[in-house]
Design a protein around this ligand. Structure first.
Ligand code: PMP
Length: 734
């Protein structure tokens, strides 16, 4: 250190002819900076950079000198050496001197609206000047800290060790690719400072007085300049969008922004956040991170988590509103519904008294067309999160390469089948791919008929298994519900083994065993041999009712004794949502003969499957080909594979257990307080709240359930209701 100071002292004397009275090292990124005081009371910054950067620094000096001339005292001057050079080489390093600017860092100041407004003002004035400059050296410059090229840093994504942060960054890289890349050629470009972070902004007497560190200047979209500045304006703010407005409005007044720039500002800010995080995690991994890297990372991560809850439409509308641009008219739901019903039958229902027009979604959030954010506590299909980038990209990539049917050989089918089946216990080792849960349950019944040569199917009260004809035939929820035509003659409907609302007295048996006993006597009364028994481990449409403990264990052997196959419908319960187990049947300590899969399998991409045994699959090979045009196609397989990868990498089953237990504990605390909460039940992130008028009578409180569902919707939280009385709030969040 002393040696370094001595060296600086010597260089300053020799090259500039000054007599230093103070040499003090300053914090810096990528280079060494020294504060110099001279005998004649002048102050400078002496900078040493690795390598020969003279050409670059000459360009930087040209810009600085122009700005310093135009805005005296606000920008540093390049100080020439005795022989008139802006920089010189010393031992393979480039050295130069800049004038000193007094001031405190914006980072250390209270960000009042007034202060941020002065920041916007100086930035706009600077950029107005920069817009006029043409500089081929800077135009040719490529650095990593350049948001427009942030996608080039994707290979470094894996350095982000926190899976939560990694998936958000990955999401925004994908969004940047989709939203910004096609528009890049249409954006105004100029030389920009490109690093208006609050450690590069000086404050004097309550106003921004200077901008330093032009080390990252690049030729880039002007809006990138605004985005970088706003990123740091918005960190550690409760309302990031609001906090951006004082800067933005004055900037726009001085240097008017264009609508297309405002529309992309959201993505450029996200881009800067991602760039900063990729670089800092990479530096940590490389071992080159300093204290500042670690300190500055935290608030940026917080901003990222705030940003993901804000829709681009909301940001763009708020910015446009503040700047006096026209904003799109609010959704007219009357018009929307009229349009929908013109061609779509009314049998397709619409959720909520006040419907929602959805525009986009990200992980646990959904965004409507007007920019509102909803917390999705209801949709279980986007299992690993809405628009999860791993899943989307897997689909995009495969769609661009090959999509065909199972009559050809392709790797994706075998690889995915292998990975999926590894999740099942023996002897479940064969899979048939289809395109929905309905198709899967339909196929399962067809396979059961084929294997057993029997017709009778036992189903559970309130069960739902699909929308095909056979799906309706085996769904008491449908054939026994509104518009239903009752059971077909091959159906036996067994009572729902519901420990909360069920009628079964247990006597010596457990509730589950008592229900199984009753089921067996009902089946025997028919006198028919069985083809199948199908049930969900937790009956969703029945009101999130977990089958009573011991029920399946007692019933499965009896079904098999009567010739039938046991089918577990895991469309809702599968893929780790139960928390304690990957599949619902595992909770009940049984292994079915067939498993029906759907919903979460493709995270929204239409996929379904029947998983069964060798023996049953072999018997199905009876001469009549089984073929599904789309089932098991390479795109579906790639997507299904990505879903399984994400579940593992992000430990989502463990997350379901931990979060679900926490949630249910909290709900049970509420239950003690509110007598209308009759029962809180479920497993992992598959939760039902049974609302009653009185806990003693257990009279369903349908009205309250509907009221709460709609009230929650007004508070931008999505849940649904179900059960025979529609009094159970169901939550199965992504
Ligand atoms: N089984 C169960 C348990 C379901 O909940 C559903 C859908 N709600 C289905 C099957 C049918 O799946 P899909 O709507 O994908 O055809």
């Amino acid at each position: 250190m002393e040696n370094a100071a001595a060296m600086v002292d010597q260089l300053v004397r020799q090259m500039y002819g000054f007599e230093p009275t103070l040499i003090e090292e300053l914090a810096g990124y990528d280079n060494l900076n020294y504060k110099i005081k001279t005998s004649d009371d002048q102050q400078f910054v002496f900078k040493i950079n690795e390598g020969d950067g003279q050409k670059q620094f000459e360009a930087e000096s040209r810009i600085l000198n122009l700005l310093a001339q135009k805005y005296p005292g606000k920008f540093q001057n390049a100080v020439p050496t005795k022989d008139g050079q802006d920089s010189f080489l010393f031992e393979g390093k480039t050295c130069r001197m800049l004038s000193w600017l007094d001031g405190d860092f914006l980072a250390n100041e209270d960000h009042s609206a007034l202060l941020l407004s002065s920041f916007g003002s100086l930035m706009a004035h600077m950029d107005k000047t920069l817009l006029e400059i043409d500089d081929t050296v800077i135009k040719a410059r490529r650095i990593e800290w350049d948001v427009q090229h942030v996608l080039e840093l994707k290979p470094k994504l894996k350095s982000i060790t926190d899976p939560e942060v990694r998936k958000l960054v990955d999401y925004y890289l994908l969004q940047f690719k989709e939203a910004v890349l096609p528009e890049l050629p249409n954006l105004r470009k100029c030389i920009i400072h490109n690093d208006a972070n609050d450690w590069n902004i000086l404050v004097n007497q309550g106003a921004v007085s200077g901008i330093i560190d032009f080390g990252d200047v690049v030729y880039a979209p002007l809006i990138q300049e605004v985005a970088v500045a706003l990123t740091y304006v918005m960190t550690e703010k409760k309302l990031p969008l609001e906090s951006a407005l004082p800067f933005l409005t004055i900037y726009h007044k001085i240097l008017p922004l264009e609508v297309k720039e405002i529309d992309l500002l959201y993505y450029f800010i996200a881009g800067r956040v991602c760039l900063s995080l990729i670089q800092s995690f990479d530096a940590i991994q490389q071992g080159t991170a300093d204290d500042y890297t670690l300190i500055s990372q935290k608030p940026i991560i917080s901003l990222l988590k705030q940003w993901i809850a804000i829709s681009p439409e909301k940001a763009s509308n708020d910015f446009k509103n503040a700047l006096g641009f026209e904003v799109p008219a609010k959704t007219d739901y009357e018009v929307e519904l009229k349009r929908r019903h013109l061609h779509i039958g009314r049998v397709l229902s619409v959720s909520y008294q006040q419907p929602i027009k959805m525009k986009r979604a990200a992980f646990q959030y959904m965004f409507d067309a007007d920019g509102n954010t909803y917390l999705d506590a209801y949709n279980n299909i986007p299992h690993v999160g809405h628009q999860h980038p791993r899943v989307v990209e897997a689909g995009l990539r495969q769609m661009a390469m090959l999509n065909t049917n199972t009559r050809y050989i392709y790797d994706q089918l075998a690889s995915y089948a292998e990975k999926l089946l590894a999740k099942f216990p023996e002897p479940l080792n064969k899979v048939f791919f289809v395109n929905s849960g309905s198709e899967a349950s339909d196929l399962a019944i067809r396979i059961a008929h084929n294997f057993t040569n029997n017709s009778r199917v036992a189903v559970l009260e309130h069960g739902y298994h699909g929308n095909t004809r056979m799906g309706i035939n085996i769904s008491h929820y449908k054939f026994g519900g509104k518009g239903g035509r009752g059971p077909k003659n091959f159906i036996t409907t067994l009572p729902l083994p519901d420990e909360y609302r069920g009628a079964q007295q247990n006597g010596d048996r457990s509730v589950g065993e008592a229900y199984a006993h009753e089921a067996v006597s009902m089946l025997d009364k028919t006198g028919d041999p069985l083809a199948a028994f199908i049930a969900e481990p937790i009956v969703g449409c029945g009101g999130q009712v977990p089958l009573a403990e011991g029920y399946l264990k007692a019933l499965y052997p009896e079904i098999r004794k009567r010739g039938g196959l046991c089918i577990s419908d895991e469309v809702q319960t599968g893929f780790g949502r139960m928390g304690s187990h990957f599949w619902g049947f595992e909770m009940h300590g049984v292994v079915p003969d067939m498993v029906v899969l759907g919903k979460p399998m493709g995270n929204g991409h239409p996929m379904g499957a029947v998983v069964t045994t060798d023996e049953i699959a072999d018997a199905f090979n009876n001469g009549m080909e089984f073929f599904s045009s789309f089932g098991g196609n390479p795109v579906s397989c790639a997507i299904g594979m990505a879903v399984l990868d994400v579940i593992e990498e992000e430990q989502l089953q463990q997350n379901a257990l931990k979060t679900g237990n926490y949630f249910m504990d909290e709900l049970r605390k509420l239950q003690k307080e509110f007598r209308q909460i009759g029962d809180v039940r479920g497993s992992g992130l598959f939760i039902g709240i049974d609302l009653v008028t009185d806990p003693q009578s257990r009279e369903p409180n349908t009205q309250l359930a509907q009221y709460l569902k709609n009230k929650l919707r007004e508070s931008f939280i999505l849940v649904s209701t179900d059960g025979p009385y529609d009094n159970v709030i169901k939550m199965k969040p992504p």
